[in-house]
Design a protein around this ligand. Structure first.
Ligand code: A2P
Length: 322
C-alpha cells in the first residue's frame, strides 16, 4: 500500500509510565548504563522533570550522546486545541531538558477541556478534582485540527517525527487521508493476550512503525485493579513451556515474540537485573512453532481501556474501542 520505510526506532525501548518521580532519574540513568537508548515519556506520567534530570546526568557523565538517544513524549488530552499544542511541547521539552524530541505522539484520541499549567500539571483526566462529582469534561476539538498543530511543530524542527497512540484502524485511515505530514509511529497496547494483528498489519501497510506498550501483559494493571491475578501472560503455561525450552525467562520470551513479529516494545523495570534481562530479548530467536503458539494465546484482552477505566476512576463513560 505504501513505499515508505518505517523509521528506525530502537526496538527495545524503556517505558516511563508509573515510575515514581523520586525513582525516575536514577532509573533512567541506570537504564542508559544498561544499554537502553529509547525512552518513552509523557506529560501525563508526571515525571518528565525527573526523566530530564536522569538524561542530563547520563549525558553529562558521557554515558552516551544525545544523538544516540531516541526520546518520545506525548501530547496530553487537555492540550488538543491547536493553540495549546505548542505550549504543551515547550513544557515537555523544558522538563526533559531537551531542544527537540525524536517523536511526539497524540497520547489518546480524546480531547478534554483545557486546564492551565498553573492550575494543575499534569492535569490528568478529571477537570476539577474538587467538584462534588469529579468528572472528565470533553472539548470539541477534532483530531484533524490537533494533527495540523502537531505538523507545525515538526515543520519548525521541534520534533523529528510525529505519531499517534491508542488509535484504532478507523482513526488511522482517517488520519492518513488528511495528514499533510504522515505519522511515523503508532503506539498501542499489544501482548500475547491482545495481539492486534489487523491493526498492526494496517499500520505497516501505511508505512508506520508500531510500538507495543504493556508488552508483558497484566503487570502494571494488577496493582491498579484493572487485571486479575489469573490473567498474567508471564504465568501462562504456554509461555512458561517455551521459556523452559529456550532456557530463557518468560519476560524474555514475550518480548522476543513482540520484536520478532516486527513491533518495537516499551518495557520498564526499576531493577537493574531486570533491565538487563529484558534487553537480552534481542539476543535469541524463537522458532516458528513458538511464535505461532504465542500468537495463538490471543484473547483480545485489553487492559488499558478508557471505556472501562474512565467510568470507574473518572466518573465518565468514554469508550474509544467498540
Ligand atoms: P519491576 O519494576 O519491579 O521490575 P509494563 O512495562 O508493561 O508496565 O510492566 C512493568 C511491570 O513489569 C513492572 O511491575 C515491572 O516490575 C515488571 N517487570 C519488568 N520486567 C520484568 C521481568 N523481566 N520479569 C517480571 N516482571 C517484570
Amino acid at each position: 500500500m505504501t513505499t515508505r520505510t518505517p523509521v528506525p526506532l530502537p526496538p527495545l525501548g524503556f517505558g516511563l509510565w508509573k515510575l515514581a518521580p523520586e525513582a525516575c532519574a536514577d532509573a533512567v540513568y541506570e537504564a542508559i548504563k544498561a544499554g537502553y537508548r529509547h525512552f518513552d515519556a509523557a506529560c501525563d506520567y508526571g515525571n518528565e522533570a525527573a526523566v530530564g534530570e536522569g538524561l542530563a546526568r547520563a549525558l553529562g557523565d558521557g554515558l552516551c550522546r544525545r544523538e544516540d538517544l531516541w526520546i518520545t513524549s506525548k501530547l496530553w488530552n487537555t492540550y488538543h486545541d491547536p493553540e495549546h499544542v505548542p505550549l504543551a511541547l515547550e513544557r515537555t521539552l523544558a522538563d526533559l531538558r531537551l531542544e527537540t524530541l525524536d517523536l511526539y505522539l497524540i497520547h489518546f484520541p480524546i480531547a478534554l477541556a483545557y486546564v492551565p499549567f498553573e492550575t494543575r500539571y499534569p492535569p490528568e483526566w478529571v477537570f476539577d478534582p474538587e467538584a462534588p462529582e469529579p468528572a472528565m469534561v470533553r472539548a470539541p476539538v477534532s483530531l484533524h485540527a490537533t494533527w495540523a498543530a502537531m505538523e507545525t511543530l515538526q515543520a519548525a524542527g521541534k520534533v523529528r517525527h510525529l505519531g499517534v497512540a491508542n488509535y484504532n484502524s478507523g482513526l488511522l485511515h482517517d488520519l492518513m487521508a488528511y495528514a499533510q505530514r504522515p505519522p511515523s509511529v503508532l503506539q498501542i497496547e499489544a501482548h500475547p493476550y491482545l495481539t492486534q494483528d489487523r491493526l498492526i498489519r494496517l499500520a505497516k501497510d501505511y508505512g508506520l512503525a508500531v510500538t507495543a506498550f504493556s508488552p508483558l501483559g497484566a503487570g502494571s494493571y494488577l496493582e491498579l485493579g484493572m487485571a486479575e491475578a489469573g490473567e498474567q501472560v508471564l504465568e501462562d503455561p504456554v509461555v512458561l513451556a517455551i521459556a523452559e525450552r529456550h532456557g530463557r525467562t518468560p519476560a524474555q520470551v514475550v518480548l522476543r515474540w513482540a520484536l520478532q513479529r516486527g513491533t518495537s516494545v516499551l518495557v520498564k523495570s526499576t531493577s537493574p537485573a531486570r533491565m538487563a534481562e529484558n534487553l537480552a530479548a534481542r539476543d535469541f530467536t524463537l522458532d516458528e512453532a513458538a511464535m505461532a503458539a504465542l500468537s495463538g494465546l490471543n484473547r483480545n484482552r485489553r487492559f488499558n481501556d478508557p471505556g472501562a477505566f474512565c467510568e470507574e476512576a473518572f466518573g465518565t463513560f468514554h469508550p474509544i474501542y467498540d
